[in-house]
Design a protein around this ligand. Structure first.
Ligand SMILES: NC(=O)c1ccc[n+]([C@@H]2O[C@H](COP(=O)([O-])OP(=O)(O)OC[C@H]3O[C@@H](n4cnc5c(N)ncnc54)[C@H](OP(=O)(O)O)[C@@H]3O)[C@@H](O)[C@H]2O)c1
Length: 338
């Protein structure tokens, strides 16, 4: 089959290369999926650069966690699906429901689990979900990582209520889904971005307040101004070390900061003591379970929500898709269609 690999030891996007691999054969509990579309996450840049969880990949690995396709074959013990169904693999293997399992989790697209940037992928039937019928393959391919992370932060952990206020940082995959889900929940949403043009797009999606974090580096003060000094009930912090202090600074009394991303690195982030007086919480989020993915899909289907796709690339142009994500020019998701 046609595929791409991140080669062992890769430390830049040059480590992404085209390859041929044997067609995978499904084991008794596995489904064989002909991939129709895949999407990129910031994580995929980190993996190619050798900066993901413990460094460079030790073995050639098919990249990308997020892919959608049609089931074309299955093992004799598969009970959850039928041939022809359209499914996505879950980000993690073996986390069906409930609390995260203890011990290390295996995620698609990094060793030891090959990902989905290939003609075919095999998943255990427990590690896949049916995708909402109204979505194109490209739309459905945006869901497994960014959307589940935003959903879990706001709905499962955040218990968001109508009338609450949400702050999302930047306009990448996680943040644009968070904007859409927060609007569905009846919340007021504030968005930061480096670009006024992107803020105008966020406003068109329903953002109530927009702050350019380049021209207003003290964006936390602006958030307080926009909320009458109260702060926001939920912050989805995708920035990491360079943003967490300000996120804590503008969360409301009793609010929550979801600690999600590492866009500005993972070094010292300042003191978390601002949380104490406000009795606010800081919650680490690492994508979610199959159950979170299924609940989110039910809401997406009920509301016929459309993921925001910035640009679609062909399979042959996968390296250009990576470079586009790296440029930061995107708003929402970058997709590769097979
Ligand atoms: N913990 C988890 O489960 C989980 C899951 C998914 C992603 N993540 C992490 O979350 C982060 C975002 O992932 P993604 O896939 O959504 O990324 P993405 O689509 O590549 O989004 C990147 C965007 O973030 C914004 N940004 C960059 N630096 C920023 C800063 N200093 N302040 C505010 N916004 C900034 C930019 O938006 P503008 O162009 O609008 O400025 C940029 O376009 C990454 O660190 C990723 O590793 C974690």
């Amino acid at each position: 089959m046609r595929a791409y690999e991140i080669v062992a030891g890769s430390n830049s996007l040059d480590g992404l290369r085209r390859c041929e691999r044997p067609d995978p054969k499904p084991q008794p509990t596995q489904i064989l999926v002909r991939i129709q579309a895949a999407s990129l996450n910031y994580r995929d840049l980190l993996i190619a650069r050798g900066h993901y969880m413990g460094g460079a990949v030790a073995a050639n690995t098919v990249p990308l966690s997020d892919g959608v396709g049609e089931i074309v074959a299955m093992g004799a013990s598969v009970t959850r699906f039928r041939i022809g169904e359209r499914v996505a693999g879950t980000f993690f293997r073996g986390w069906n429901d409930g609390k995260p399992p203890s011990g290390p989790l295996t995620a698609l697209g990094a060793p030891p689990a090959d990902g989905v940037l290939a003609e075919f992928a095999v998943f255990d039937h427990q590690d896949a979900v049916a995708v909402p019928a109204h979505l194109s393959a490209a739309g459905a391919a945006t869901l497994p990582c960014a959307a589940v992370t935003a959903w879990r932060s706001l709905i499962d952990i955040g218990r968001i209520a109508p009338g609450e206020t949400v702050l999302v940082l930047g306009t990448g995959g996680v943040s644009v889904f968070a904007l859409q889900f927060a609007r569905l929940a009846g919340a007021r949403v504030l968005v930061t971005s480096s670009s006024d043009a992107k803020l105008a797009r966020a406003q068109a999606l329903g953002a109530d307040g927009c702050i350019n974090y380049r021209t207003t580096p003290e964006w936390d003060i602006e958030v307080l101004k926009l909320t009458g000094g109260r702060g926001v009930d939920h912050v989805l912090d995708v920035g990491g070390a360079g943003t967490l202090g300000r996120s804590i600074g503008c969360v409301a009394v009793g609010g929550r900061v979801a600690m999600i991303g590492v866009l500005t690195g993972v070094g010292a982030a300042g003191s978390p003591y601002g949380l104490l007086g406000k009795q606010a919480s800081l919650h680490g989020v690492y994508v979610g379970s199959r159950g979170h993915f299924d609940s989110m899909n039910a809401a997406i289907a009920a509301h016929r929500l459309e993921p925001v796709i910035d640009r679609e690339f062909s399979f042959d142009d996968a390296p250009a898709a990576y470079r586009h994500l790296e440029s930061g020019a995107h708003f929402g998701k970058v997709v590769i269609c097979l």
